[in-house]
Design a protein around this ligand. Sequence first.
Ligand code: OSB
Ligand code: MG
Length: 377
Amino acid sequence: MPTPAATRAPLRIDGATLRLVRLPLVTPFTIATGTLTEKVFPLLTLRADGLEGHAEGVMDPLPDYLEETVAGAMDLLATALIPQVLGQRFAHPESLARRFAPWRANFMARATVEMAFWDLWAKSLDLPLQAVLGGEGDAVDVGVSLGIGPVAGTLDRVAAHLAQGYRRIKLKVKPGHDIGLLQAVRKDFPDAHLTVDANCCYTLADSDLIRRMDEFALDYIEQPLAWDDIHDHATLQQRIRTPLCLDECIRTVDHARKALQTDAARVVNIKVGRSGGHTAARQIHDLCQAWQVPVWCGGMLESGIGRAHNIHLSTLPNFTKPGDTSSASRYFSRDIVEEKLECVNGRMPVPRGPGIGVTLDLDYLKSATLSAQDFTV
Ligand code: OSB
Ligand code: MG
């Protein structure tokens, strides 16, 4: 529910800009399904009353994380989602999200519009996004997600990030790059908070192998099985001691409810950009809190715009495990926002100011923009 202070006369969306942006990654990022060397994403700006709200889409160019793609989302945004809200008045972001209710799935594309409106709406109230979401605090605990690479190099990266104060290390795994990696890392770092993320690359036929991960005292195992299979995760949880954490499987509040009811997730990774936006992300957060299931905020290698959204969301009370929102400089040599989003001793400061608290670096954004389309009423 909106807090009493967070109400206002309806805002009319009187313009929008949809850009396709490309940023090179400092180092390639490899997960079980493939390697990213650059980040290509839709960046949406919504306008009202002389204010602007921003958000980015978290889909990949290929449907290798979930089914959405950058090209598909750009088309859906331009032909359906943006026209559905342009010229319309909304008193609250929840009423905007309802405009998309008749349509199926496409939660990342929907989230792009919904999150841009949350930023705009918070700015219209002159409040930080965290305040209108119901979060508090100046900084959030974070860890890092380390992509797949040679074991020796991974050991060096684990050491370097622990030395920087990161609160947990998440290792990407895949068949053939799992037990041996864990043996090496656990031997050198006996006390580190360690997790693994399989990005859906195992099946129930690998239950014995996954059970061997119990001996490494992992905080949790993230998304070992198929992206759409809560049921099989529930079966797997009966066979292992380590808590399961779901990522890809949780795209709606209903998915979260089913996972909790079947004991398929004892931890939940909430990604606002994967779940239709802040309204649904907060509902998933609240539901997990009621079940006493801890959550943490995942990431999708976002630019400063998506990163700032993630940080604000992470200030809600049930985000009790370190998230993936690490320093922007780990991903990009230059970001499209003016502010530096850098961790201090494993804590990411919350950007100050209204809305998401970051501003576009328009010069650099221009050079990183592949296409731009303006929408007016
Ligand atoms: O599964 O969490 C994931 C990156 C791309 C696609 C999927 C995932 C990830 C990460 C990186 O783990 C998180 C981040 O540092 O932004
Ligand atoms: Mg994941």
